[in-house]
Write a protein that binds this ligand. Structure first.
Ligand code: UDX
Length: 436
């Protein structure tokens, strides 16, 4: 099937390459010339495992192309909207300017019977407006939210755990859902549930899923606060809770909390939209989820300060991690980088290392020290803070090896990802977040 993907960021670039890999004929379109050039040369414009290989295979097969011209979408029968919806400057709502621009650019090239499939995360009600705007072209809107995780984007796109398609009632809606069933037949054949809903429900599924995940993380971090006050251990608590199959262990990872380009802005936009709908109180708890999440960053900084005797001024601190999570170079709303910035603000001599995100971090926080080599970052440190649980720190760094490099054996485990007894046995003062 011929398809266009409008927007070649994390979502769109992966979607375009994944669709080509399963046999579709795809054109990815983006207004950013540098992105299009990189992708056309077989290079992912950001760090995402397997993406460059997938793009190269798509280009070589002749089924994948990239362009800056919206007119190149003409002739495709499905058009995916995959542009970003960032947080509005100075507010909590989603900024829909890129979605609006993509729809405007697409309208002159739509034909009757085409399907426009929205994948961007939007406030509920947006799809109905787009549906009206494209109606005169004879194309039909479907809403097809994407649940991919950065770092796992290729895997999540090719083998999704469910496919949600929202359509309007009537024959054109039914045709649109059948078209998308055909698009995703590979995943459906492999067992992925294909759920057809109305437009509003499909938009809401994405917001609700992210709100739930964020709530789960803040829940366990709230328990970490209680554990800190009562002498309990939140990681043992999470294990015990996780064995209850109604709860499950995933997303009960405690520490410095969630960040990235999705969860923080999506829960704020969700709450803002609920307020517009007169239902702010229904999701009032999301403000608490956000507040708990931000408090954990304060707590990490407090732990570092306390562990260094109350003063970090002039102390050398090795910060292991800058990305908002491992397998990503994304530093948007990264709790890791935020902790580093706050420590620098207190006068510490901060040295940040990260396997993938240093260039991105340096571009926005040039005042911090950066060292690509982990061991060099550790050398001479008075304290070590683990803020992104890359394997390089979690699995491949032994307390003995690190101990030979640092000046002071003090470690703050901001992700509760280290074996506390092994570090203590090697003579380190180990501090987890909500751990004994
Ligand atoms: C998230 C959703 O998972 C995905 O479905 C949606 O499409 C986009 O938003 P992503 O932002 O890529 O994906 O990352 P995710 O793996 O969900 O992690 C988000 C943040 O939560 C990271 O900062 C991570 O470190 C943190 N996290 C995750 C925890 O603090 N504890 C956990 O147990 C899990």
């Amino acid at each position: 099937m011929r398809m266009s993907v409008i927007g070649c960021g994390y979502l769109g670039a992966v979607h375009a390459a994944a669709m080509a890999s399963i046999g579709h004929d795809v054109i990815g379109i983006d207004v950013d010339d540098s992105k299009v050039q990189a992708l056309s040369a077989g290079t992912a414009p950001f760090f995402e495992p397997q993406l460059s290989e997938l793009v190269q295979a798509g280009l070589a097969s002749g089924r994948l192309r990239f362009s800056t011209r919206a007119a190149d979408a003409a002739g495709a029968s499905v058009h995916f909207l995959a542009v970003g919806t960032p947080q509005l400057a100075g507010g909590h709502s989603a900024d829909l300017r890129f979605v609006d621009a993509a729809v405007d650019a697409l309208i002159p090239h739509l034909r009757p019977g085409d399907v426009v499939a929205g994948k961007s995360t939007v406030p509920v009600g947006t799809a109905a407006g787009i549906s009206e705007r494209i109606a005169e072209t004879g194309a039909t809107l479907a809403w097809n939210p994407e649940f991919l995780r950065e770092g796992w984007a290729v895997h999540d796109t090719i083998t999704p755990d469910r496919i949600v398609v929202g359509v309007s009632t009537g024959a054109s809606g039914e045709r649109a859902s059948e078209t998308l069933r055909e698009v995703y037949h590979h995943a459906i054949d492999a067992g992925a549930p294909f759920l057809v809903t109305d437009l509003a429900t499909a938009e809401l599924v994405k917001g609700a899923a992210n709100a739930f995940l964020a709530t789960k993380i803040s829940f366990i971090n709230a328990m970490a606060e209680i554990a800190e006050a009562s002498g309990a251990d939140v990681t043992l608590l999470a294990d015990a809770l996780g064995h209850d199959t109604r709860i499950g262990r995933r997303y009960l990872g405690s520490g410095i909390g969630f960040g990235g380009g999705c969860l923080p802005k999506d829960i704020r936009a969700f709450a803002a939209r609920a307020e517009e709908l007169g239902r702010g109180e229904s999701v009032g708890f999301l403000h608490e989820v956000d507040a708990i999440n931000l408090r954990r960053r304060d707590r990490a900084v407090e732990l570092v300060v306390d562990s260094l005797g109350g003063l970090v001024f002039g102390k050398r601190i090795a910060v292991l991690g800058a990305a908002f999570k491992p397998f990503s170079d994304d530093i948007r709303d990264s709790p890791a980088l935020d902790v580093a910035v706050r420590l620098r603000g207190l006068g510490a001599d901060v040295m940040v290392t990260d396997p993938a995100a240093i260039d991105n971090a340096r571009a926005v926080q040039p005042q911090l020290g950066y060292e690509p080599e982990r061991d060099e970052a550790l050398r001479g440190a008075d304290a070590v803070v683990v803020v992104t649980e890359w394997d390089e720190y979690r699995r491949q760094l032994s307390p003995e090896h690190a101990g030979a490099l640092v000046s002071g054996r003090v470690i703050i485990d901001g992700r509760n990802c280290l074996d506390s007894s092994a570090w203590r046995a090697a003579g380190w003062a180990y501090h987890g977040m909500g751990r004994r």
